[in-house]
Design a protein around this ligand. Sequence first.
Ligand SMILES: NC(=O)c1ccc[n+]([C@@H]2O[C@H](COP(=O)([O-])OP(=O)(O)OC[C@H]3O[C@@H](n4cnc5c(N)ncnc54)[C@H](OP(=O)(O)O)[C@@H]3O)[C@@H](O)[C@H]2O)c1
Length: 338
Amino acid sequence: MDKKTINIGLMGLGNVGAGTYKTLEMNFDSILANTGIDFKITKILVKDLEKQRDINVPKDLLTQNPDDLVSDPNIDIIAELLGGIEPATDYMLKAMQNGKHVVTANKAAVAANFEVLRNAAEQNKVMFRYEASVAGGIPILNALTTALQANQFEEVLGILNGTTNYILTQMTDFGLNYADVLRIAQEKGFAEADPTDDVEGFDAANKLSILISLVFGKRVKPDEIPTEGITKITKEDIERATQTGHKVKLIASAKLENGKLNYSVKPTLLPLTHPLAGVSNEFNAVFVKGNAVGELMFYGKGAGPLPTGSAVMGDIIEIGKAIAKGASYDIKVAGGSK
Ligand SMILES: NC(=O)c1ccc[n+]([C@@H]2O[C@H](COP(=O)([O-])OP(=O)(O)OC[C@H]3O[C@@H](n4cnc5c(N)ncnc54)[C@H](OP(=O)(O)O)[C@@H]3O)[C@@H](O)[C@H]2O)c1
């Protein structure tokens, strides 16, 4: 097989940026053997050039100037792994305008600017993929838009946030209260110093907004989703649930009922027999019901450098393979398209 080189501009070298870099580094030979493509990270955008990092990266790859990536004619794919709605969306749009394909893990930016980003990709004839933005390492968007595309869906339910699932699991298993588990989760790196987005359910609402777009073809913005987090759940609530054979889980759900789509993110009592009741700690799961396939559940790590890096590299490789085939823009390989 002839070898082709695809150059990648990485925006961000935090948890996910470093996980993406490591995934490519550790599996470079097998990726090259399987695809015939030499994927090269040629520039990395960071905020702080002098920061001490756990990862060893050639210093000359680092830059603080986004134009070094979005305007570099040699870069084929931009992987946006910065976080936050802006400037991430602006950088992705500029990259697309300059003919670059874009991959992102940024659910906040995708959920807030879904049509803008999708339309920009279409107008500029570039591919836009965002598998890592929903449930990290779980390939749910790819599954929905490829293997499951013959279905109509009635329901999607998810445990989409590892931090809150970890906290609820620990409260259940050890009879602890919310504040103590949050502190332990922060010490172990399962919760951010400012956990608001996770514990108030906003992160799960971003992911549900993206899932609704793909599963039901309907645009519901995150702030239109009734959202309640887990901060008011007490030890006593959990004890009562346990006594009646239930688990409390933060469930993101969207369901078609009599032709109307109902959706929410809220703490929910699940009977122990429900497939999502057994999803513990930092794990995520997505449960879907399709009219042909029936019930399906996807389970795995919804966050973390390598699981998320796996999803980001998966998108990069799909785009690389399409470029290598000489495919001009094709919505079918654009990922997350329906
Ligand atoms: N963490 C996860 O497990 C996970 C899972 C799924 C999806 N995601 C999503 O992935 C994205 C990245 O998350 P993360 O956890 O990797 O974040 P992070 O650890 O905070 O890393 C962010 C990186 O982006 C750089 N950065 C941020 N703003 C910048 C700016 N304006 N200009 C230049 N560089 C900038 C930072 O530079 P410095 O290093 O110099 O500070 C850092 O390297 C987010 O959208 C998040 O929602 C994360």
